[in-house]
Design a protein around this ligand. Sequence first.
Ligand code: ZN
Length: 314
Amino acid sequence: MVMSLKRAISPHLHRVGFATGISAMMARRQGGMRILMYHGVGTNDFPTQTFVAGLRFLRRKFDIVPLSVIVKNVLAGDPGTGREVALTFDDGLRNNLTVLYPILQRVEAPATFFVVPGLVERREWLWTHDARTRLTSLSDVDCYVFAGELHADASDCLGIVDWMKTLPNKQRVEVHQRIRERTKSFVATPAHHHELDLMAWDELNSLDPRLITIGSHSMNHPILSMISEDEIQTEILDSRRLLEERLQRPVEYFCYPNGDYDEKIVNAVRKTYTAAMAVKSKTVAIGDDPHCLPRVSAATQPDLLAWRLHRPTA
Ligand SMILES: [Zn+2]
């Protein structure tokens, strides 16, 4: 009863907080620095106009700074002004170049793109995107039967992808191959390409380094806690090397795919990068581990985005 009442009231509160400026005022009063996590822009899930409305709000009420400003503050024990917000975009999607980049350029808003160099090299989609899109091209009955053949703890298409995340990486790669074989006739639509294609090397190279920082999002975007010792070298160390070689710019930051890590992974990241981004719904504060910096998922709706700046768990 209490929960459903809260759910019913929340959107109204968010709207009022946004329209009156109270959300922004409370966030600034709270202090702390904020790192926001985005993915694709200009898609059905996140229309361009909605992103622009959120960006306008952030520019009016906060200071959009390069990620390096927040990292330097954390390393120096400097609490900052309480107005710093850094924008980060995961996966290196091409719509970040075609839709987002011109907008950032126009208003000179800095951002960090976390790129998956192994996939750029092979011109592939993220495995989760590929598996999900292929599986949902099958009928519900086919997915149910296929899940049985795979001995998957799942009864539908999306359940198979969730189950794959729990597998040791090598086994997950084998299952993905079986999905490819099962969906040989699958053809991606233009909408799929717009939503899921990644930037190519020449496109990444065209991004102005004064505006866009490039970070590593691992070599192949596996679930890092499910990889073997020998895969740590590839995913964490070699991904940095390949990015720096292809883009001829320093790569100092890492971002954990799916926000997933364990102690062994964090230790490897600590030896290789200046800082790393996790997914934790809180503001950045002095004393935070620079290799597990919290990031707040940027809501697509500007009023919820504003709300999350002072209530990150909303
Ligand atoms: Zn990702």
